[in-house]
Every structure is written in C-alpha cells, then in structure tokens.
Write a protein that binds this ligand. Structure first.
Ligand SMILES: [Fe+2]
Length: 723
C-alpha cells in the first residue's frame, strides 16, 4: 500500500499473526479462546504473560512482563495458525425464502455512496436487484432490466420490480425540496423475472460481496398474476424490534431474518419529517436500516487455541504472547491481552483496577495517529499501526467515518484490535499500563475487572473492594456502569480517578452481546463526528445518547471534576493550592506526607513532559462539583494548543488567557465513609515512574492509596467526630 508519492510507510514492519480472544474477561479457572490468523511465514511460539507495562518507548516505563505459562505448544513444532479472512459489510439474511414466479418486489432505498459499481439491494439466488450511479438493475438467470436514471446519494427512491410475464422496473425518485416534484420512471416490460427461492439477502449478494451503502426500508414481496388475486408473501418492518439483530416479517408467513455486522438501526426512514426525535415515539418514521460495506463487528474466526486459566491464577492483566521465528530469529510478535478476575469464592484483594474496556472499544483500531493533522503524522511508528494502515478491513474506531461519510456508531472486540496491546502508542490501553506498572512497583496486590463486567453486574461487580482505581481515560460509560460505580461509592467506596475526560459519553451495549458497543454523538461535546438529526437515541435500549454532562449526570458530581480542556502540544505541572483553610489542610494532610517542598509538582513525565496534559478536568460548582471538595493543586502555564472544550462556548470569541483551562487535583469525602481522589489529567500516570518512582506525583498517589486502604471511615466535613 502506497501513498500518493509512491512511498509505502508500512514497509519494513512485519506482522505475521494477529488475533483476538473471547471472552475478554474471565474468572480464574475459566477458559479463554484465542482466534488467530496468519499473515506471514515463520514458526509461532505461544506463552502467556502477566503484563505490567507495555510502554516500550525509549523514555517509557519499558516493556515489563512475566511469563506465567510457557510453551502452550511445543517450541519445535510451533502453533498451527491458518489465515482467517476479515470480511466486512453488513447485511440481512432470510433463510429458505420460497420461489415466487409472478407478483412484485417493492422497497424504499436511500443510497449513500453511489458510484460506478453495482451495489446489491436484494439477492435471491440468481435474482439480483442492484443500483449504481447510472441507474437500477434487475438481473436473473435468463434476463436483465436496466432503468437508466441518474442516482444521487442521500435521495430516497421507491423501487418496484414486477415479476412474471410483465417483468419491469419502476422507480420513483422522491423530491429533495419544495422546488422539486417526485418523478417516476419505468423500463419496457420483458418476461421471466422471478424469485428462485432459497437464501434471501438484503444489502449484499453474499457475505463480503456486492455490499450496499445506504438505507433500506419496508421490503415487500407480493405473489399473484396480473389482474388476479394477490397474496403478501413477506413484508419486513424494519421499525420492529429496533434494538435487536433480527428483521421481522409482519406477514402471516413470518419469514424473519437476521442482521450481520451491525448495520445502524433507529435511523430515519423516508417518512421522517422532524416531528419526532425518538424512534420509540413514532416507529413508522424509523423504518430504515443503514447498511455499510465497511460495517464490521464480528470477524467470526474459529478458535486457534484455548487456554483454561488455572484456578489459583492471580487476578490481573494478562496476554497471550506469540513470537514468530525464522531461522532462529524473532521476526515479529503479537500480544492478545485478556483480564482475569478472582475465581468464584476466591479471596479478593482490597484494590480493584477497573479496566476501561469501553474506552478501548471506542478507540479500537483508530487511525488518527497516522492521519496528518492535529493528532498525528504520516509516519508509522510500529508494526501494529502498520497493520492498521494496510488493513482497513479490520474495521474502524468510533472516531472515524464510514466510506459514505456517516460516523461509526458501533465498535466490537470480536476482531483484532491493534491498539489494545503493549508496544503501541501510549493512549488508552497502553497508557493505562503506567498504572498497573506503578501498582506492581509498589508491591500492591490488586484485582482487575472490566467495564463490561461492571455493565453486566452493576455495583455487585465492585462489592467487597475497598479501593477502585480507574485508567487514564475512562471516557465511555453506560447507564448501568455509571450507576454501578456511583452505588458502590455511596456504600463507603474509595475511588481513585487516575485520568482525564472521564465519564463523558453515554454508551450502550448490544442487549444480547456486550462485546458490541454503541455511541450516538449527539448535540454537543468534543466529537469525532455528529449524529444525524433525529438519530440521537441509541439503537440498543433506546436511551438518549450524548454527553453525561448534558444528560444531567455530569462527571463533576461523581468524581468532583469534569472535562475542561484538550491539547496535544505538551504537558505542564500542578501548583499546590495556596491559602487552604486549616480545616481543609487537615483533611488532605495525609496526601501531602513526605512530599518535597518543591513549588510545583509533576513538571516531568513521559506523556508530553508534564503530569498535567492531553485532556484535563476541572472542579466547577456550576457543573455539580461538591462544594466541600478540596482542590489540592491546579495546573497552569499550558501550551497554546491546550484549548477549552467546545461545549462551554455559547458563541465563538477570541481566545485569550483562559482560567478555566486547567486540571484540578481534588479530594473529597462521600457519605458512608468513602472518598474520591481525582487527578484531572490523562498525562498524570505518565509521571508516576519518573526518577524511579521517587517524585511528588508518585508520593501523592501512594499516600492516597495507603490511606484509602485503611478501613477508618472518612468523616464528612462538619459531621460530629466519632470517638
Ligand atoms: Fe477520548
């Protein structure tokens, strides 16, 4: 793959095997299944490692791992791995559709990416109904119809194909505005078009073939001779069961179908007129399904290797480590991380690291690092980015667009995720290993659990833990995750929020498959794309999407601070708060024990050179930050690129000194004896390891964890002191 100048930036990087696993989180004693695919030659050896740090940059914490199960296959034989394809493209499949010799097929369609290629609207055996920029086509074993009409993206069309002796194609183009009128064209009649019967596809000819980009609505098949009686064979109502991966035939024959690769549902159909905004209010306006040739939520690979975790395996962050060898040398590697919780009935540690897997899904396979612009450059830095660059078919993150220009609403862990690994950029997963590395360096035993576990189990997933530690960027929260964390905190929990821009977007998980996550980027916020009008409600569960801040549950209420600013041109330091009351000082004295008398903290670190950087959160009473929270320190002197979040601008104004661009490090007590410590910065964890963990940031963090581990309740300020 080359760019315009003929240069191949991926040259020189090797990735000979890639994989994913299912489940991502198991309890000790349960089995993880690894699904791998081969892309190059070589003998593959397989170990399981406990992964402490994946930051292998020269100035990073290093790659720190420990083998816990060596040689899952004999080294001289190697692991047998075949190539398994990545086949993107969503579609609907109705099995065993009957032959229909005479009658009609009708549907509504809105193409969103028309070009010279033919895209398939409906396929049944040899019968194809297709569209291209030039017109509509019906093709069958013995004949063909072509309706010559310019097809335009984003326009709705009603397509009617008559079957039998009077086979013809009739297309009504709906007007785009008041100055136009609807227009109907039709072909000359011919004969012999029919449904041969068998598997019926919508939006594809077969998996991976002829995929359609656009919306389909209300397909209907009617049987009957011209002039005689007719019978509805099937009439699919795409507004029925919108949260599900099924399509419903509302005729008496019940030819229901299934959806594959998560096309977008809960989207506006041809009837939508702006009178409602939620599909639940008037489903008839939401009768469309939006298919994309590049939708991809399940690679569907078979298991290459399964590993039953030992019953006594410590809870933690692990990875299958694959090395590819040629002539006695390692030529490439692959890590497939997974998370192990304590086994049923096994003793738990006091500390839980809540792995932000929802964030990992949102960023899964994001390519911003090598798209020239504010977040990256054309240069590829490692084999994982090189694979992403060369293999679009591995699917997108929620920060990207489909080829037709619509935002990517779904992400999934049932596919290789090239940036959820060690030895990648230090964002999300790999940046979070700064936290696991710190806990290990401290010698702190800790359990892990994932966002998915929290979503499925709510507060029960956290019960029994005294301290919960977040990752650097726990940005995506479902309602059940947020309620679960909040409920646990209300029962005396102690929460260490170790990052920035947390608890920001509401997300939803597929009801019958939590491996798949949905976001609707509604109305406002720092958005990679914007959901279309009328489409702000999640398909999964029907909740209104968007920022938790706009939904009345700002992060400030939960963790004392909320998203304030973003910038990637370097970090800075925190300045300890001046003039704290003696009462406030007494409440945070435990945090300040043993720190140096430096004027500022954290003016160092591997993430942009300072503990305060990338994305920042600040205390703000107007946004629900607790009044009794103590601001321990605030960042200052940010680089010019650190700009306030757009959701706080009512209209544009010249930028100047902005006192609201800052990270606030806060502490506050919660009713029930618990407490929250929040760092307010994504870069914070990158400063922990500075000077061999001998620094103020590490000391502060260690002090917080040590006190949070102590069962002594935190009294609320003003409460009578218990004696
Ligand atoms: Fe983010």
């Amino acid at each position: 793959m080359t760019d315009r100048s003929g240069h191949n930036p991926a040259a020189g990087f090797r990735k000979d095997v890639v994989g994913y696993c299912d489940p991502l989180s198991v309890r000790a004693g349960e089995t993880v299944h690894f699904k791998l695919s081969r892309y190059g030659e070589g003998v593959i050896t397989a170990d399981v490692v406990r992964l402490s740090s994946g930051d292998d940059r020269p100035h990073g914490t290093g790659l720190i791992e420990e083998i816990v199960a060596a040689d899952l296959v004999p080294r001289d034989v190697g692991l047998e791995v075949s190539h398994q394809p990545l086949r993107p493209g969503s579609y609907a499949l109705v099995k065993d559709f009957p032959p229909v010799a005479s009658g009609s097929l009708q549907l509504y369609c809105q193409p969103t990416l028309v070009d010279a290629r033919r895209q398939t609207l409906v396929c049944n055996g040899t019968l194809l109904l297709q569209v291209s920029a030039l017109g509509f086509y019906a093709v069958w074993a013995t004949g063909e119809l072509f309706l010559d009409t310019a097809v335009v993206s984003q326009r709705w069309y009603k397509v009617r194909l008559t079957l039998g002796v009077d086979s013809r194609l009739e297309v009504t183009r709906y007007a785009a505005g008041r100055a136009e009128t609807d227009r109907t064209d039709q072909t000359e009649p011919t004969t012999g078009c029919s449904f041969p019967g068998g598997d019926l596809y919508f939006a594809a000819s077969a998996p991976g073939e002829g995929h359609f980009n656009g919306r389909l609505e209300a397909p209907m098949v009617v049987a009957g001779e011209p002039g005689g009686s007719t019978e509805v064979v099937a009439h699919w109502d795409f507004a029925a069961d919108i949260p599900a991966q099924t399509v419903t035939d509302i005729s008496a024959n019940a030819y229901h179908g299934r959806l594959f690769q998560n096309p977008t549902r809960g989207v506006c159909g041809h009837l939508w007129d702006g009178s409602v905004q939620a599909y639940a209010q008037r489903p008839a306006h939401y009768g469309a399904i939006h298919f994309h040739a590049d939708d991809f939520t399940d690679a569907g690979w078979h298991n290459t290797l399964s590993w039953q975790t030992p019953r006594n395996l410590s809870s933690g962050q692990y990875a299958l480590k694959l090395l590819v060898w040629a002539e006695g040398e390692i030529v490439s590697d692959e890590y497939v991380p997974f998370f192990v919780r304590p086994g049923q009935g096994q003793r738990r540690n006091k500390v839980a690291y809540l792995v932000p897997t929802a964030t990992y899904l949102a960023y899964a396979n994001q390519r911003l690092a090598f798209v020239p612009g504010p977040f990256g450059s054309r240069r590829l830095h490692h084999a994982n980015d090189a694979f992403l660059f060369a293999h679009k078919e591995v699917g997108f993150s929620m920060y990207e667009y489909h080829a037709d220009g619509s935002g990517v609403h779904y992400s999934s862990r049932l596919r290789p995720i090239l940036n959820m690994k060690p030895k990648t950029g230090t964002w999300a997963f790999n940046a979070d290993t700064h936290i696991t590395a710190w806990l290990d360096q401290r010698g702190e035993p800790f359990d892990v659990l994932t966002d998915e576990d929290l979503h499925l189990e709510g507060a029960a997933a956290l019960a029994g833990y005294r301290v919960v530690i977040t990752g650097t960027h726990p940005e995506y929260y479902s309602t059940r995750m947020r309620n679960g964390l909040s409920d646990w905190l209300g029962r005396g929990g102690r929460l260490m929020y170790m990052g920035g821009n947390g608890f920001y977007w509401r997300v939803a998980f597929q009801p019958d498959n939590p491996a798949i996550m949905e976001v609707r980027r509604a109305e406002d916020g720092t958005r990679a794309w914007i959901a279309r009008p009328g489409e702000y409600y999640h398909q999964f569960g029907g909740e209104y999407g968007g920022l938790w801040r706009r939904l009345g549950k700002p992060p400030n209420e939960l963790v004392g601070i909320g998203f304030a600013a973003q910038g990637f041109d370097g970090g800075t330091y925190y300045r300890p708060a001046a003039g704290l009351s003696s009462d406030a000082y007494a409440r945070i004295a435990f945090i300040l024990q043993g720190i140096s008398n430096a004027e500022v903290w954290g003016n160092y670190g591997s993430q942009g050179g300072g503990a305060a950087g990338e994305e920042l959160d600040r205390w703000d009473a107007e946004l629900g930050s607790p009044a009794h929270a103590v601001i321990i320190a605030s960042s200052e002197n940010h680089k010019p690129g650190m700009l306030r979040v757009k959701e706080e601008f009512h209209m544009m104004e010249p930028l100047g000194e902005d006192p609201k661009v800052r990270a606030d490090m806060v502490f506050f007590e919660v009713p029930g004896g618990g407490a929250v410590f929040s760092t307010g910065s994504i870069s914070y964890a990158g400063s922990l390891a500075h000077a061999g963990y001998t620094n103020d940031i590490a000391t502060i963090t260690n002090n917080v964890l040590s006190r949070f581990l102590d069962a002594t309740p935190f009294p609320m300020p003003g409460d009578p002191v218990q004696v």
